[in-house]
Design a protein. Structure first.
Length: 222
């Protein structure tokens, strides 16, 4: 009898857990909600209570799925790469990409800025880098990996463009890629406080003109 009762309660508990899961948002939806909050407020300004309210998921479920705020934020960084960075930057990383694809990437950044009225939230990675401490090693490693991804993509695109006239050596292309990345980071920072799309566009056009001149290639405009 005890065995039957135990089996009943186990089955009943399992059913209740399944129902609770069914009412919970999907993992993607949960992470998307958390990502918006982290992006808007900043990593250290978001509490677990804020995440419970934003996602609609209980504190216990969040800890069960992600073990804490840091692990959830890491999932958000992965989602950010998938849904924000890759759609915008993937063209630069494509085989055979050159300066034209860098220009298209800048176009996408400008379009994103224009599509969001009010103060722009900027780049999640740059925003977070300004907040995290050296002790947050795993988070820092993920943020730095983002920078390496962008610099590698820019380097390969500039290297490909350089094949037309071969004006630069490897070290010069590497330096130009770093310069381009820092310039784009400056664009992100400027976009947070400026809604002047035309001024941002002129910034991008100047950057492309400088790159084209350095590479000895045809000018690319946004």
């Amino acid at each position: 009898m005890i065995s039957l009762a135990k089996g009943y309660w186990n089955d009943h508990s399992r059913t209740r857990m399944d129902m609770a899961r069914a009412k919970s948002p999907s993992r993607h939806a949960l992470v998307d909600s958390a990502l918006k909050l982290f992006w808007k407020r900043g990593y250290h300004r978001v509490s677990m209570g804020d995440l419970v309210r934003e996602t609609g998921v209980s504190r216990g479920s969040l800890y069960s799925d992600f073990a804490g705020k840091e692990a959830l934020f890491h999932a958000c960084l992965d989602r950010y790469q998938e849904t924000v960075v890759t759609p915008a930057f993937g063209g630069v990383e494509a085989k055979g990409a050159g300066l034209a694809e860098v220009g298209q990437y800048l176009d996408k950044l400008l379009a994103r800025n224009a599509a969001h009225p009010g103060p722009d939230v900027g780049c999640l990675v740059l925003n977070t880098l300004a907040q995290v401490t050296p002790e947050e090693t795993e988070t820092l490693a993920r943020l730095k990996a983002h920078g390496r991804r962008l610099q590698k993509g820019l380097y390969l695109a500039l290297w490909q463009e350089n094949q037309k006239h071969q004006k630069l050596d490897e070290a010069e292309i590497e330096a130009l890629a770093r310069f381009t990345l820092i310039s784009i980071q400056g664009l992100w920072a400027q976009s947070r406080g400026s809604r002047d799309i035309e001024a941002l566009r002129q910034y991008c056009e100047t950057l492309l003109e400088l790159l084209a001149n350095r590479l000895g290639t045809d000018e690319v405009t946004t």
